[in-house]
Ligand binder design. Structure first.
Ligand code: HEM
Length: 366
């Protein structure tokens, strides 16, 4: 604080502009009759959400800025993790806050729902910005013909959405960062090759185990074969780059081959000192996405409780639309099923002394 601001008389209400803030709750139901009691709660809950969206965007913007340099500094990575963790905590709050709104009964909501006209959370500009900054692109959206997602925004708001869509999202930043992971190819060490060898020997081992099983019925044998096929198909995705690229082309994966390989490497060897922070970073990004899906799910259930299967005021199918977005709007869906590609610790390839040395922190004593 500089001398001028320190000597300025600071008053709580002025600093927080409470005069303005507390004047902004005007129930529509009150303009014609006695206001519906719960409309005040409805307004305040939405306003508080918008304030938290503002904070999330503020933190997310700083994360994207910190990730802009190539390569990003380690110090920068610590701050990125701290800010993503804060966003996580805020979204947890947003989920819990729906409990407060649910103290309003569906009949209480019906007392003022008709005053809302075509207004809807669908028109939350900040929520759209936030989704886009995380990495949701307009072609991934569930847009029932009746309600293109940006239909109700002003031209200035639409311009901002378009500009945000062309800017770099958290998803692309994470992908770029993963692609730069060192250690995957290190001297004579190639993680791609040792991973493939480990997968091949794991599948051989599993096949032998199945063949050695005695006393199985035909049905049980078939089940075991199916399981082996599943295993081979799942691990084959990463063990064979051509298969992976085909899945990418078909839209069944979204992260590039290189970044997925790096994510598996970081997850598999997260005990190595140098990988602690990258591991925390990946998990923080993943958790933000997972918690946002949880909010979508929780919001959809609340909507079902409040309005059943009626359509939304914004023109969508209501619950049916919202529940679809839970899975389809996951940004890091490839990370969510990363475990499918992990090899058990006892089968993990040895990294060799050179790579192990590079992954550790060492003091030179001489
Ligand atoms: C009684 C409470 C609520 C009801 C009945 C409700 C209902 C709905 C419905 C039906 C939709 C789908 C769009 C439409 O056709 O209108 C929607 C979307 C949305 N609502 Fe709510 N909502 C409620 C509370 C909230 C709250 C507290 C927030 C917090 C800001 C919120 C934020 C959103 C957002 C961001 C969307 C867009 C979701 C998307 O398109 O992915 N809603 N809401």
């Amino acid at each position: 604080m500089n001398m001028t601001s320190a000597s300025k008389k600071t008053v709580y209400g002025d600093y927080l502009q409470l005069g303005k803030l507390l004047e902004c709750q005007e129930p529509y139901s009150g303009s014609e009759q006695k206001p519906a009691h719960d409309e005040m709660l409805f307004i305040i809950v939405h306003q508080v959400y918008e304030l938290w969206f503002k904070q999330i965007i503020h933190d997310l913007d700083s994360v994207l800025d910190l990730m802009a340099p190539n390569p990003m500094s380690e110090k920068g990575l610590c701050t990125v993790v701290a800010r993503l963790n804060r966003i996580k905590e805020i979204i947890k709050l947003l989920i819990a806050k729906l409990d407060v709104l649910e103290t309003m009964k569906p009949m209480d909501f019906l007392d003022f729902r008709h005053f809302l006209g075509t207004m809807s959370g669908f028109q939350s500009h900040q929520f759209r910005l936030l989704e886009i900054k995380l990495g949701l692109s307009s072609c991934d959206r569930v847009t029932p013909s009746k309600c293109p997602y940006a239909k109700d925004f002003t031209s200035i708001q639409q311009e901002k959405l378009n500009a945000t869509e062309t800017a770099t999202s958290l998803f692309s930043k994470v992908q770029e960062w993963l692609e730069r992971t060192p250690f995957l190819e290190n001297g004579s060490f190639s993680f791609k090759l040792v991973y493939k060898e480990a997968v091949d020997s794991m599948l051989k081992h599993e096949k032998k185990r199945i063949e050695s099983l005695t006393g199985l019925t035909e049905k049980e044998k078939k089940m075991q074969d199916l399981r082996l096929n599943d295993l081979s198909e799942n691990y084959g995705k990463l063990a064979n780059p051509e298969i992976y690229d085909q899945l990418l082309r078909e839209g069944k994966r979204c992260l590039s081959y290189k970044s997925t390989l790096a994510a598996v490497f970081i997850e598999s060897y997260s005990n190595e000192p140098i990988l602690h922070m990258p591991h925390q970073f990946l998990h923080a990004a993943l958790e933000v996405d997972r918690l946002l899906s949880l909010w979508r799910f929780r919001h959809a259930l609340m909507v079902q409780k409040m309005i059943g299967t009626k359509g939304g005021t914004g023109g969508s199918l209501g619950y049916a639309y919202l529940i679809k977005t839970v899975e389809e709007y996951q940004i890091f869906s490839d990370f969510h099923d990363l475990s499918t590609l992990l090899i058990p610790r006892f089968l993990l390839p040895d990294l060799g002394s050179d790579v192990k040395r590079d992954l550790g922190f060492f003091y030179k004593t001489t």
